[in-house]
Design a protein around this ligand. Structure first.
Ligand SMILES: [Zn+2]
Length: 278
């Protein structure tokens, strides 16, 4: 949890951002939540009436503060859409809750911010949305939510043997072997992202930039170096911004043993993004 404060502090310290580049999100509205989520499920979250099994699957102990925090995080990713439309790039310094399904939570995700942000972007006139998910874990919730929806393309590159063990198909899923290195990973990303941008022709890109792809990550099984992870962000921003598309990213996972590695890897995404602002 520490990283959510440390990343913006680090960026301010380095002068990558100043306080005026930060926005304080409003909580997502009920309408925004229900554009994605099942009303009964949302009601259970609000009232703390999940079954024991449902609560256990989320990974959290329910509390009113937890739900309030989650709904505010949703607001961060949703509102960042508007800033990406204005400046080309924007971010939520949290979020990326891609394991949340329409009617249930899983893997420390209660509600799906990327899915809500996709619908919000569509309400602003961006018809076709690409959700690029480069967290080491497959975005199972996001894939399931948009299954059969041709207006949202879900593209995930993840560890084949990483959680979740059942991966509902997205539009493009690339499952990589344990310890996949920088060279192979970056080639796969570059080739396929180019194809998706050309063939699907999105109007807006949402990017889940999890840094649990690092070799030292406690949960991830891939083998990227810090430099490789930085290059991943560069390739992404380069291809998306050269196609003149707005992009908004959310932090996603990162579980390296040293907090400084996690903060550095996430900060790299922002350091790189700063070069692509309009
Ligand atoms: Zn992850």
């Amino acid at each position: 949890m520490e990283k959510y404060n440390l990343v913006p502090e680090q960026l301010k310290y380095e002068g990558i951002i100043s306080s005026e580049n930060l926005f304080q999100p409003s909580p997502a509205t009920k309408e925004q939540v229900l554009a994605i989520h099942d009303p009964d499920y949302f009601q259970k979250l609000l009232t703390g009436t999940l079954s024991r099994a449902e609560e256990r699957a989320t990974g959290f102990r329910w509390s009113a503060e937890l739900i309030e925090r989650e709904i505010t995080i949703m607001g961060g990713t949703i509102e960042s859409v508007r800033y990406a439309a204005e400046y080309g790039i924007s971010a939520n310094v949290a979020g990326g809750t891609h394991h949340a399904f329409a009617d249930r939570g899983e893997g420390f995700c209660l509600l799906n911010d990327l899915a809500m942000a996709a619908r919000h972007a569509q309400s602003l006139g961006f018809a076709k949305i690409l959700i690029l998910d480069l967290d080491v874990h497959h975005g199972n919730g996001t894939a399931a939510i948009f299954r059969g929806d041709s207006s949202v393309f879900t593209f995930s590159i993840h560890g084949a043997k990483n959680y979740p063990f059942r991966k509902p198909p997205g539009d493009l899923d690339i499952a990589l072997e344990d310890q996949t290195d920088d060279t192979f990973y970056l080639r796969v990303l570059k080739e396929n992202l180019k194809i998706v941008l050309t063939d699907f022709r999105p109007d807006f890109v949402l990017y889940q930039s999890g840094v649990d792809v690092l070799a030292e990550d406690k949960l991830g099984r891939l083998g990227l170096s810090l430099q490789g992870c930085l290059k991943r962000d560069q390739i992404t921003f380069d291809l998306v911004r050269n196609a003149n598309l707005p992009i908004s990213f959310a932090l996603g996972g990162g579980y390296s043993p040293k907090i400084s590695t996690i903060v550095d890897a996430h900060s790299n995404t922002f350091r790189t993004a700063a070069n692509y602002i309009d």
